[in-house]
Design a protein around this ligand. Structure first.
Ligand code: AMP
Length: 275
């Protein structure tokens, strides 16, 4: 870790611009799209792989979270030269680590209601990674839309001076958002999971068709997902894309966001929709 920090100092002294892509590994095309975009912004791209223990609550899937460092290294080959940073949990969070960063309000909505302490763990690890890597730019996927808002707020509030770049969600041929957790789906679960994107596109069609009553849209999405009995919805919400507050009557751009469980796997997805 001192090495990464010192390397960043040297790069900065040489006037090089650093773009940073934090990940939890088990890399897929969504991560690689962030790396491709990162190259446009900077002379040096740093990618971190760290399965952050403090963003998982007890009983969540920290142990089951896919890990594949060798596979990841192969996927990163075409992006060389690239700085790969894989800190250990002991180096990041030694026994006497006591600090937590909380981004209020935005962290309490949507996933925050179901994953207690999750965004505190995210904000804390990202702030720590930012302090080590010292990037000029950091790239995040819209797939984790709420996380993106939390990080933007963190950077603003603490004057971190890093430009946050949002990248669109990369999807499978059938619309399923790429996620490391998709590896944990059984074949029938993988098939059923397509209903999530179908629900989002139905919302888009209804909103673009002039429907403004979110209660009616949510009922319609609930019915559609109901045809897949293995999919247990945690939440579906139509919210303001900036505040994540629920919208009743659609007048402008909205975010339709959802989380669902398929067996032991929890998936999230979202779509920004302009009426
Ligand atoms: P993760 O490894 O899942 O923590 O994700 C690391 C970064 O990749 C985050 O900024 C995610 O939002 C982003 N990401 C994950 N999946 C996708 C996807 N399907 N499309 C675009 N970005 C993604």
């Amino acid at each position: 870790m001192p090495d990464m920090s010192a390397l960043s100092d040297r790069l900065r002294e040489r006037g090089q611009k650093i773009a940073f892509v934090p990940t939890m590994g088990a890399l897929h095309e969504g991560h690689l799209a962030l790396l491709t975009a990162a190259r446009e912004y900077a002379d040096q791209v740093v990618v971190s792989i760290f399965v952050n223990p403090i963003q998982f609550a007890p009983g969540e899937d920290f142990e089951r979270y896919p890990r594949d460092l060798n596979g990841d290294k192969k996927k990163l080959k075409p992006f060389e030269p690239l700085i790969l940073f894989c800190p250990s949990a002991a180096a990041m969070f030694p026994g006497d680590f006591k600090t937590r960063i909380e981004v209020e309000e935005i962290s309490q909505k949507l996933c925050g209601k179901f994953r207690l302490g999750h965004f505190k763990g995210v904000a804390t690890v990202v702030a720590k990674l930012f302090n080590i890597v010292k990037p000029h730019f950091a790239l995040f996927g819209e797939k984790d839309y709420q996380q993106l808002l939390v990080i933007k707020q963190l950077v603003r509030d603490l004057n971190l001076g890093i430009k946050i770049i949002a990248c669109p969600t990369v999807r499978e041929y059938d619309g399923l958002a790429l996620s490391s957790r998709n590896r944990n789906l059984s074949a029938p679960e993988r098939k059923a999971a397509t209903v999530l994107y179908r629900a989002l596109t139905r919302a888009k069609k209804e909103i673009e068709g002039g429907e403004t009553d979110t209660r009616r849209i949510l009922l319609s999405l609930g019915r559609l997902i109901g045809f897949e009995p293995t999919v247990r919805v945690e939440y579906i919400a139509i919210v303001d894309p900036e505040t994540l507050r629920e919208v009743k009557d659609i007048k402008g751009k909205v975010l339709v966001a959802l989380a669902a469980r398929l067996g032991k796997t929890r998936l999230i997805d979202n779509l920004l929709i302009t009426p």
